[in-house]
Design a binder for this molecule. Structure first.
Ligand code: IMP
Ligand code: MG
Length: 175
């Protein structure tokens, strides 16, 4: 599979993703039985994961959004900008919903932003995690799938804005 100048190969099928997303929703549900959590969805990458996750979540919940950008091409820049601020999180039990935690720069930025909103509690749910690239120590409470430190696209994740619509996930081919 080709996106512009890069070659990708199938890495994780939509079936495998769906199963894992359903399991994550169940385990969050179990932990938040007597609460009304707010899913804080980090745009753009997490939109597809978040949509499936909250459809599987069978409990009272709220949804909020925050928009960030940090990637250029296939590299994390560490240079993060906010395009849309999270709102109304005071005293809420927040679950940050991320597509992937790579170096951890974004999650650190999000946590710092979130703390200024005085939530009652927060946890992190990320569909993918690259433990070998992670440079921070915030616990990732709910991890869908841990993957090697290689660039992936699909299911919301992009390469220079492209590939987010792919239902399966592809990994960069290295020659
Ligand atoms: P971090 O700040 O390095 O942890 O990177 C986090 C953000 O970079 C994620 O929320 C993604 O949007 C993006 N990102 C990290 N790794 C990948 C990848 O393999 N493919 C596409 N986007 C990625
Ligand atoms: Mg992201």
């Amino acid at each position: 599979m080709t996106i512009r100048d890069l070659q990708f190969e199938l890495f994780i099928t939509q079936d495998d993703i769906n199963k894992r997303v359903e399991e994550l929703a169940k385990s969050i549900q179990n932990d938040y039985k007597d609460k009304t959590p707010t899913f804080l969805i980090i745009l753009n990458g997490a939109f597809m994961f978040a949509s499936d996750l909250i459809k599987h979540y069978q409990g009272e919940c709220r949804v909020s959004f925050m928009r960030l950008a940090s990637y250029r091409g296939t590299r994390s820049t560490g240079n993060i900008s906010t395009y849309l601020e999270a709102e109304q999180l005071e005293n809420e039990d927040v679950i940050i919903v991320e597509d992937i935690v790579d170096t951890g720069n974004s999650i650190e930025y999000i946590i710092q932003h979130l703390k200024t909103k005085n939530p009652k509690s927060y946890r992190i749910a990320s569909l993918f995690h690259k433990p070998d690239a992670y440079k921070k120590s915030y616990p990732i409470d709910y991890i869908g799938i841990s993957i090697p430190d290689k660039f992936i696209v699909g299911y919301g994740l992009d390469y220079n804005g492209l590939g987010r619509n792919l239902p399966d996930v592809y990994q960069l081919k290295t020659s």
